[in-house]
Design a binder for this molecule. Structure first.
Ligand SMILES: NC(=O)c1ccc[n+]([C@@H]2O[C@H](COP(=O)([O-])OP(=O)(O)OC[C@H]3O[C@@H](n4cnc5c(N)ncnc54)[C@H](OP(=O)(O)O)[C@@H]3O)[C@@H](O)[C@H]2O)c1
Length: 359
């Protein structure tokens, strides 16, 4: 497989740090550029991050010694140095939209962890096991942007990365109503217990904008390409509540679902066990071998014990049982900064690389 030079935009942040770890020894992608705000530009990545290093593993030397570039001022220079960039920045939505389009128009594809372009009709929002075909919309997007190589592809919000994969293989029974309550880790806000001590022994029943994303994004992921846009699905009817809970990493969800044609419990468990997507078929480096992992024990999956299933790229489910109001209920878990953020971004980039979108 060909190798590609890549940049990390937002390299000093929580997701950016995770990208450094994941890409340090990646077989296809070499990190050549790290960039962040002008506050960090000119320092080595190690100096710029300093005490804010939030990962358990040490910072990779080869990436920590790179000099941070200015993500806004150095767009053309960065675009000339790499084949594509990963982007995870904390800026106003409108500013992120502009920044990502500047990279795309400089013929530098952008794999984004930000929400700014998730609603843009010709920007694919991809969970590689679920809607890999949506990358075909890139042709229309390139026409709109007037680019040959440049485009933007995004991954979905971390909150939906457990229940959408769990529900996806069950679509053939007609997903009707879905209720999901999420219990989301503090790293999802770019925080640790050191930087957010108020979260120790606490639950906050509000995460700005999260419920809207959790209800709308699955419909785009399950949508269809029609002409030059992705048209969202109209079912299922999804309602959510998203809570911030005192765990460091790992978003749990309690899910209730009803179907047009109710399957048996055995049918659901079989579909989960046997589900494979394009990443598994292509043996992409970051693809989990077993994407959906069901635990028989009543007290699993647990955030602390099970978030690292399949190196944090698998999704775990448990407690599947019939419900009095809906057909079934179950719990599910995914690692929010691995499958839900940087790892999901890397897997999307691998899919795009395997399909020739960076050539
Ligand atoms: N954390 C998660 O689990 C998660 C999951 C999915 C998606 N996301 C999304 O990923 C993005 C980053 O999240 P995060 O948690 O990593 O945030 P974060 O820890 O606050 O890091 C933000 C990054 O953005 C950079 N930045 C801020 N202003 C900038 C500017 N004007 N120009 C260029 N760079 C700028 C920062 O650089 P400086 O250090 O120089 O300020 C830093 O590198 C957000 O859009 C978030 O919604 C996060």
């Amino acid at each position: 497989m060909k190798t590609y030079n890549v940049g990390i935009i937002g390299a000093t942040g929580m997701v950016g740090q995770r990208f450094s770890l994941l890409l340090a020894n990646h077989p296809w992608f070499n990190v050549k550029v790290v960039a962040a705000s002008k506050r960090s530009a000119g320092k080595t990545l190690k100096e710029a991050i300093g005490e804010k290093w939030a990962m358990k593993e040490p910072m990779p030397e080869n990436i920590g010694s790179l000099t941070v570039m200015d993500a806004e001022a150095d767009v053309e220079k960065i675009a000339s140095m790499v084949d594509f960039v990963f982007c995870a920045v904390n800026m106003k939505k409108e500013d992120i939209k502009v920044l990502e389009e500047r990279y795309a128009k400089a013929e530098c594809p952008v794999i984004s962890n930000n929400s700014a372009h998730r609603g843009t009709e010709d920007v694919p929002m991809v969970v590689p096991e679920i809607n890999p075909d949506h990358i075909e919309i890139i042709k229309s997007q390139r026409e709109r942007l007037g680019t040959k190589r440049g485009f933007i592809a995004v991954k979905s919000n971390c909150s939906i990365q457990s229940y959408v994969p769990a529900l996806h293989p069950l679509k053939k029974f007609g997903l009707k109503n879905v209720l999901a309550c999420t219990y989301q880790a503090i790293s999802g806000a770019g925080k640790t217990f050191e930087t957010w001590p108020e979260m120790i022994d606490n639950v906050i029943p509000y995460i700005g904008g999260e419920e809207e994303k959790s209800e709308n994004e699955p419909l785009k992921v399950w949508g269809k390409i029609e002409g030059n846009k992705i048209v969202p699905a109209t079912t299922p009817n999804i309602t959510t509540q998203c809570l911030r809970v005192p765990s460091s990493d790992g978003h749990m969800a309690a899910v209730f679902v009803s179907f047009d044609n109710k399957p048996s419990k055995e049918e659901i468990l079989k579909l989960w066990k046997e589900f494979k997507g394009v990443p598994q078929e292509l043996s992409l480096p970051f693809a989990p071998k077993q994407f959906l992992n069901y635990f028989e024990e009543d007290d699993r999956p647990q955030t602390k014990l099970d978030r690292m299933v399949e190196n944090g790229m698998g999704v775990s489910m448990g407690r599947l049982r019939e419900d009095k109001q809906y057909d079934y209920k179950f719990v599910c878990l995914s690692h929010n900064t691995l499958r839900g953020a940087a790892g999901g971004g890397v897997l999307l980039a691998e899919l795009l690389a395997a399909k020739g979108y960076f050539d």
